[in-house]
Design a protein around this ligand. Structure first.
Ligand SMILES: N[C@@H](CCC(=O)N[C@@H](CS)C(=O)NCC(=O)O)C(=O)O
Length: 225
């Protein structure tokens, strides 16, 4: 089984199924397809039916779309509890995963994932306040019910879905409660996340579209080293 992914420093959607694969000890290999550079869109389009990453390849089966990949893995490995074992928890885990997939647009646009960076104070808080409040409520309610350290107690696909958002909170030092802070720390403490982060920090590539200095017009595209 192979997962095609984007640059580890920036690719939020790639991180999610990769974390599931690694944290649940499913054998796989990965291959990075660049999200910038000459012909990058064409190179991805040649391998991905949607022109986007991640893509899971299992024999002659090619599965795009993060949630579909995670569901396929959960089907393949029903004993690994990729989703919580309890049916009601499973329903809620899928609900919050879907909410993450379809929502939090303000936060996603204003604070792109950039694992190597530290940009405190650079996000306009008024623009992301509603998303921050929702994430506080969502995480706070689930963590209070489960007792943590992850949303449903043990790590599940729901946590993988929120991992990139956790990194944004840290990179831009967005104001969050102690409960959310502990959850962010729990994401960073995952061995699979640490492995991804270590590789992301080794990457030399810059993707201007995900760099806040370029997005906010402080530096010209192509000038970041
Ligand atoms: N709905 C897709 C979104 C995937 C996505 O947007 N991936 C980004 C990288 S993180 C991408 O491939 N962008 C290339 C493009 O939009 O052309 C999923 O859930 O996997």
């Amino acid at each position: 089984m192979k997962l095609l992914i984007g640059n580890r420093n920036y690719s939020t959607w790639s991180l999610r199924p990769w974390l599931v694969l690694r944290q649940f000890e499913i054998p796989f290999e990965d291959e990075v397809l660049q999200l910038a550079g000459d012909g990058w869109r064409e190179k991805i389009a040649a391998r991905s039916p949607t022109g986007k990453v991640p893509v899971l390849i299992d024999g002659d089966l090619v599965v795009p779309e993060t949630l579909a990949i995670i569901e396929y893995l959960a089907d393949l490995y029903p004993d690994r509890d990729i989703w919580p074992r309890d049916r009601r928890d499973r329903a809620l885990a899928r609900a919050v995963a879907s909410e993450m997939h379809a929502g939090f647009m303000a936060l996603r646009n204003a604070a792109p994932m950039n694992l190597r960076a530290s940009h405190p104070g650079r996000v306009d808080l008024d623009g992301v306040r509603k998303d921050l409040q929702r994430v506080e409520t969502l995480w706070g309610d689930l963590l209070a019910k489960s007792g943590g350290p992850y949303l449903f107690g043990a790590f599940s696909a729901a946590d993988a879905m929120f991992a990139p958002l956790a990194t944004r909170l840290r990179t831009y030092e967005l104001p969050i409660s102690d409960v959310s802070q502990r959850y962010v720390e729990a994401i960073y403490a995952l061995p699979a996340f640490q492995e991804w982060l270590g590789m992301a920090l080794q990457e030399p590539w810059i993707v201007d579209d995900d760099e806040i200095d370029v997005i906010q017009g402080r530096v010209a595209p192509g000038t970041l080293a």
